[in-house]
Write a protein that binds this ligand. Structure first.
Ligand SMILES: [Zn+2]
Length: 261
């Protein structure tokens, strides 16, 4: 992984989680920091406690989605550690401490990277290692699901990573990403292409269902819901930019230029 870092994978494999959520144990001078304890699971809790001998000084969350954090309260209760994250009210429980943009705690520095969720943090560690949560993963692209997921923010966060010179990403799901800049660029380029394709189709009114048919017809049925939300997220970004509008409250969309003709 990286010096002083151990990865454990929670037992929640699935189409949206790869082998399961990654929990990282980071060795600090005074004890161990847990990044993303994962979902509620007695088995995962005992593994974390066993490997750390309960010597946990802090729990950090990349974001408040349940697969990353619902084990946190039980882990905090059995170790007396605080739970830290970007926004106190976006997890399903209250956080103890807020970790703001640019703040450093121990050897980790928070980088606010919204898009997948408004409270998403990447955590920068020594030696060019960046914990990327769900922002950049090697095995799949990130789901951006409105209203909490915002495509414009996702673009900005990827651009922010591209402005850095990290050498390895440790994501919230799947294996380490060894070519981080290439991967971040690949993901951004894919979204830019998709946005351009969608915008091109809107010279006449088109429904989200039709857009889904033309772009995601090969998508597995279990991922169809996520694909629909991605298309919607693209449309909302284009609408914010004043380029498209909905004609019926959200299902049918048309480019603003065409609508004006
Ligand atoms: Zn997530």
């Amino acid at each position: 992984m990286a010096k002083g870092v151990l990865r454990l994978t929670a037992p929640n494999p699935g189409p949206g989680t790869a082998d399961g959520t990654n929990t990282y144990l980071v060795q600090e001078a005074e004890g161990i920091v847990v990044i993303d304890p994962g979902p509620e699971s007695d088995e995962h809790l005992s593994r974390i406690l066993q490997l750390t001998h309960g010597n946990i000084i802090r729990i950090l969350l990349t974001h408040g989605h349940p697969d990353h954090c619902t084990l946190a309260p039980a882990l905090a209760a059995s170790t007396g550690s605080d739970i830290w994250g970007y926004a106190p009210n976006l997890a399903p429980f209250a956080l103890d401490k807020v970790l703001g943009e640019g703040e450093t705690i121990g050897s980790l520095t928070a980088i606010h990277t919204p898009g997948h969720s408004p409270d998403h943090l990447c955590l920068s560690y020594g030696d060019g290692v960046l914990f990327t949560g769900d922002l950049v993963m090697g095995w799949a692209s990130t789901v951006v699901s409105p209203p909490n997921g915002r495509m414009a923010h996702y673009f900005q966060s990827l651009r922010r990573l591209l402005s850095r010179s990290d050498i390895r990403y440790l994501p919230g799901h799947g294996p380490p990403v060894e070519t981080p800049q290439e991967r971040a660029w690949e993901l951004l380029a894919r979204r830019m292409r998709r946005e351009a394709e969608i915008a091109d189709q809107l010279s006449k009114p088109v429904t989200i269902t039709a857009l889904l048919e033309s772009h995601y017809s090969h998508t597995a049925p279990t991922l169809r819901g996520a694909a629909r939300r991605m298309v919607h997220a693209h449309l909302l970004k284009l609408a914010d930019e004043g380029r498209v509008a909905t004609t019926d409250g959200g299902e049918t969309w048309v480019s603003v230029e065409s609508a004006a003709i």
